[in-house]
Structure formats: C-alpha cells, structure tokens
Design a protein. Sequence first.
Length: 345
Amino acid sequence: MPERRVDLRSDTVTLPTQEMKEAMMDATLGDDGYGEDATVNRLQELAAEKLGMEAGLYVPSGTMGNACALFVHTHSGDDVFFEERAHLFAGARGEFAILNGVRPHPMQAEFGVVQPEGLEEAINSADVSQPSLLCIENSHNGSGGSAWTPTEVESVSKSAKTHGLRIHMDGARIFNAVVAHGVDVKDYTRHIDSVMFCVSKGLSAPVGSLLCGTRPFIDEADAVRKRIGGGMRQAGVIAAAGIVALEQMVDRLAEDHEIARLLCAGLEAIEGVKIQRPPTPTNFAMVNVEELGWDSESLVEKWKTCGILANPRPPAGARLVAHRHITHEDAAYVVNATRQLVERG
C-alpha cells in the first residue's frame, strides 16, 4: 500500500472542523417535524438571508433539494429545460422527469452556460407544448467546475421569463462561483426563483443542503420533503455545522481554487496530459490522457498505486477536486507522481 493518500474524488469527503463539532455538541434541539428545532430554524433563516430570499429549507441532500424544487415548480406533462451535461439531467439520468412526469429537454451549451438564443430555440421546437421551468447549474460540474457570471444568469433569466418560465439553480457549489468571481451571492439569486446549495461539499459540514425561495414555495417544498421521506427530527445536531459552514467557510474556498490551479498548471506541463480550461475555473482539475493511449480506468488505477484517488470521466479523462484537506504539497506530489507514471509508460 502507498504511504501517502491524496483523496481528490470529491469535496464531499471533507470532514467537519473542530468548531463544527463543538457547535454540534452544544446545539439547541427540538422536533424539526413540527418546526421546533431552533438550530435548524436558524440555519434556514441564515441561508435565506445570505441569498436574499424569503425562506430556506434544510434537506438531507442536494438531490432531495433539487427534487423538491422540481415537484413544486412543475406539473405532469410540463416541459423542463436543462443543459445536457447538468447534474440534474445527466447525473440524475432523467429520474426527476420520470418521478414527476415532466418532459426533459436537454440543450447544448459551452461550459454549461445556457445562452438566451439556445433557450429560445429549445422552447420553440415542435415538441414543446407546456414550457414551465429552466434548470441551470452553477458552478457547472460537467464542465470542469466552470462558474457562470451574474450577467450570464441575468441574460438567460430575462429570456426565460419572457416565456413564463421559472428558473431553478442547482447551486450545489454556488459559493465556489461567488468566490471565483468575487461577487455577492445575491448577484446570482436576484435573477432566479429558487436555488439549492450544499453545505456538505467545500464548506465542510457533514450533512445537508439548503433549498431557498419564496415563503409559499418553501412551504410547498417542505410538504414534498416529508412526502418523499426527508422529514427530520432533532436535526439541529447536524444543522449546527451548517451554520458554521456559512459563517466561517465561504472565503477559504479561494484556497481550494488555488490548489486546483496548481494541479492544472503542473499536470498540463506533462507531455500527453491535457487539461480542460473553463473561462472561470473553481476547484476542479479535469484531466485527459487520450494522447497517452490511456483510458479513464487505467489512469485512475495508475494513480491509485500512488495513493491518489480520483473519479474517472470516460473515455479518457478523470476529475480531480480540491478541498480543504488537500495541501500545496499534495498537489506537487500528484504532479510528480503523474510525471513518473507517464515516463514509465
């Protein structure tokens, strides 16, 4: 077994900070099923306040948060628009559409950023009869963590609203986009109807996501959450860590972006290794080794012999995700180990 372990599979592997553990131990608890957990209520209020929205809902996962949003925003038979590589469509394999009976319409978009003209073309296609919802993803997982600009969100939002569409943002890593562009999160959320973001990725809380929107929307989403098995009881135990995440962990995401930049620069300098470069990168390094004649699985297995863990991106790529447990020394180790692997062939 290799002596060193560098886990770059995802920022979901982050562990709670000492401050989070202490907050979890001291959390004031109640029954969240009755809306009586003061710590959950505080987290929901903090999330809504930070995003400039009326209300928030704490859910066990981002997947559940997105599912609740789609259930509330749509009805059976509605047409829903996604970028074709967005996690809500490609990652969930269309399951949301099956569950809610909506008709998904995937669109092509460079680095995941849907343009007004692309949306217009999709809406005006012959098989669209009940256009209802546009789903966007920021930052965009499938495009190497590409971060939308607020102007891009505003532009497609204006187009969507001219057709009466609501806009939901899968903002699992929205604070990575915020830090990358140096903007306020409200610069994004003022243009959309609802957003889901995770506190359990780069923000390092152990569990959970927040769904935010208007008060009536959140009231409906809460009912959906309970209906699909997401009701929680003394959830303040974990919500306490989410409060610390929002209060202390946002600005430090810049460190993850710097680590990802070092990984990209170092790996790109190795002959035969290519890096996907989005216009505004965040904490991902998307590696391609097609020129080396390797496929995704072989790259991941070679790295594993060196203690480097990554997720494959077939046919010849892999995704490396920086997070707070990855150091500058780890990044240098990954680059040097990869160079040695390439030299061996």
